[in-house]
Design a protein around this ligand. Structure first.
Ligand code: HEC
Length: 126
C-alpha cells in the first residue's frame, strides 16, 4: 500500500522514472533481463502478436491500438497514450490501472524494476 502510494505520488508529480539519481538510475541491461517476465506474452517484432500484442512502437501509441490484436474493451476505452508514466502505472498494477483489462499479470511491485524495464523498452520498442 505504502509502495503504491509512493508510486502514485511520483507519477502525479510527473517525475515518472526518468529522473536520474544515484539510487534510482534506471538500468536498461537489468530491464532486458526482467523483460523475460513479459516476453512469454509480448514479442518486440512488428505485427508479431502472441498472448499479448507486439510492443513494437509502443511509446506514443494509444492503448488498444496495436495492429491485428484483439484487445479487451477496457484497454481500448482507456485510450491512454503510452509513455513512461502510463506504462509504469500499468505494469506496476495492471488491474488497478485498467480494471477489466485481460493481461493476466500480477504487476511488478519493485519501482526500480519497473524503471529498468521501461528503460529497456524505450530502446527495444523503437
Ligand atoms: C500472460 C501474458 C502477459 C504477460 C506476462 C504480460 N502481458 Fe502485457 N498484455 C497481455 C495482454 C493479453 C494484453 C492486452 C490486454 C487487453 O487487451 O486488455 C497486454 C497488454 C499490454 C500493454 C498494452 C499494449 C497496447 O498495445 O495497448 C502493455 C504496455 C503491456 N502489456 C506491457 C507488458 C509488460 C511490460 C509486461 C512485463 C512486465 C507484460 N505486459 C506482461 C499479456 C501479458
Amino acid at each position: 500500500m505504502l509502495r503504491s502510494l509512493t508510486l502514485a505520488t511520483a507519477l502525479s508529480l510527473g517525475l515518472g522514472f526518468a529522473v536520474p539519481g544515484p539510487a534510482q538510475a534506471a538500468d536498461a541491461a537489468a530491464g532486458q533481463k526482467a523483460y523475460a517476465k513479459c516476453r512469454v506474452c509480448h514479442a518486440l517484432e512488428a505485427g508479431k502478436n502472441g498472448v499479448g500484442p507486439s510492443l513494437k512502437g509502443l511509446f506514443g501509441r494509444k492503448s488498444g491500438t496495436g495492429a491485428g490484436f484483439k484487445y479487451s474493451d477496457a484497454m481500448v476505452a482507456k485510450g491512454v497514450v503510452w509513455d513512461e508514466a502510463s506504462i509504469a502505472a500499468y505494469i506496476a498494477d495492471p488491474k488497478g490501472y485498467i480494471p477489466g483489462n485481460k493481461m493476466i499479470f500480477p504487476g511488478i511491485k519493485k519501482e526500480s524494476e519497473v524503471a529498468d524495464i521501461i528503460a529497456y523498452l524505450k530502446e527495444a520498442t523503437k
